[in-house]
Design a protein around this ligand. Structure first.
Ligand code: ZN
Length: 403
């Protein structure tokens, strides 16, 4: 068993130890020390990073893992032999951050129990934020705010946090918030004075004030209940700073105050929607005018109109095809557009003998596109950016000759 120095002091960043085992795991060098302040990944908290000084050289710790047998594996950038004396140095900023997030989780989980009797079933610490999963059917925004408020009050009260080891039987009598699944030997209890008592092997603050603050973020339904994202301490400050910068940038685009951004966005969306409608109406009117002009320029029965529009899109030629073939006289429209995805639309006034769907299939085979449709209306798309205008124009003429 490795002597876990962090069990007694979460702010011990320097220590001396000796290498008692050296091995390879998954192609990586690992060592076991007789004692360590490095925290291994466990209980939702991620491992420490840092350095070992050994024989006058610095060796980086890349990962720390907990073993079934109670030993702690330190993955090292360079191999070290058994018997080497080392001086360990923990990355203090990373540890402090983990201590804040992890202790904040205790306070938050206890707040959800006290206020709404919602137990925490799991905890995850990520690089940017942390989450707890609550066993509950739902969680309202008001409830989340109340829990956040209570947690921050407990932080502001700077309640002492103590560690003690008690036998399992004694611990059962104490009404712990959570008992660990595997219980061997004494339990390590984390006591937030008059607020929360739970068994935990992680690293914690000395008093709740060190957590700094807690900020709740996204709340989402998950399979086992509700997932609450949160950040503590400096992460909360960094997150709020980022939120503020984002809002400020958005507000500057609207030349408005940050609190008016949602209203401005709503207004913009409504304007965009109205603009889209107006544009569609204009496009229809334009298609109508084009249709009148093209029909006036074409004779024969049926009137066959072939036209390529390099600057128009699929929507326009579809509208135009509809306008051209909606009248009483027999019309066949063979149209192509070049803007956006190059598109072909073949249409005829209903009741004629040609088959637009079949003509489109033939055209697509020739041009390497995909499309089809009914006897009266068919559409096909060509691969974007690969349009051969001369080939397209002669295809329209060729199709007209087949009618
Ligand atoms: Zn803990």
């Amino acid at each position: 068993m490795t002597n876990r120095l962090y069990y007694h002091d979460s702010f011990l960043f320097d220590f001396d130890a000796s290498v008692i085992d050296a091995l390879e795991r998954d192609g990586k060098h690992a060592i076991v020390l007789d004692r360590t302040a490095f925290y291994p990944t466990s209980g939702g908290q991620v491992h420490d990073l840092g350095m070992l000084q050994a024989d006058g050289q610095q060796v980086a710790i890349t990962e720390v893992a907990d073993e079934e047998d109670g030993r702690i594996l330190h993955f090292v950038a360079k191999p070290l032999s058994v018997g080497t004396q080392v001086h360990g140095m923990i990355d203090a900023a990373r540890r402090r951050d983990h201590v804040q997030q992890h202790s904040g989780q205790h306070v938050l989980s206890a707040a959800f129990i006290q206020l709404f009797n919602m137990p925490t079933v799991s905890f995850h610490m990520g690089e940017e934020s942390c989450t707890i999963d609550l066993e509950t059917a739902g969680l309202s925004a008001t409830q989340a705010q109340k829990a956040e408020r209570l947690a921050n009050e407990v932080i502001a009260e700077d309640r002492p946090v103590s560690i003690r080891f008690v036998p399992l039987e004694e611990a059962r009598q104490l009404g712990l918030r959570k008992l660990p699944p595997k219980q061997t030997g004494d339990l390590r209890l984390i006591d937030i004075t008059d607020f929360d008592l739970t068994a935990c092997g992680g690293t914690h603050v000395r008093a709740t004030g060190q957590i700094g603050s807690i900020l709740l973020r996204k709340i989402e339904k998950v399979k086992q209940g509700v997932r609450v994202e949160f950040v503590c301490g400096l992460r909360a400050v960094n997150t709020s700073r980022r939120d503020y910068s984002t809002l400020t940038e958005a507000a500057a685009l609207y030349s408005s105050h940050i609190y008016d951004v949602p209203e401005q966005v709503r207004k913009s969306l409504a304007e965009a929607k109205a603009g889209g409608k107006a544009q569609h109406k204009l496009l229809e009117e334009l298609a109508e005018l084009y249709a009148e002009r093209l029909l006036a320029q074409t004779s024969g029965s049926p009137q066959v109109i072939t036209q390529f529009f390099p600057d128009r899109d699929a929507l326009f030629i579809k509208l135009l095809a509809q306008k051209l073939t909606a009248g009483k006289s027999a019309v066949i429209a063979l149209l192509a557009s070049g803007s956006g995805q190059p598109t072909l639309v073949f249409a005829q006034t209903p009741g004629q003998k040609s088959n637009m769907g079949q003509l489109m299939k033939d055209a697509m085979t020739q041009m390497g596109g995909r499309g089809g449709g009914s006897a009266d209306m068919a559409q096909g798309g060509l691969p974007a950016g690969s349009i051969d205008i001369d080939k397209l124009k002669s295809l329209l003429q060729e199709t007209a000759r087949k009618l």
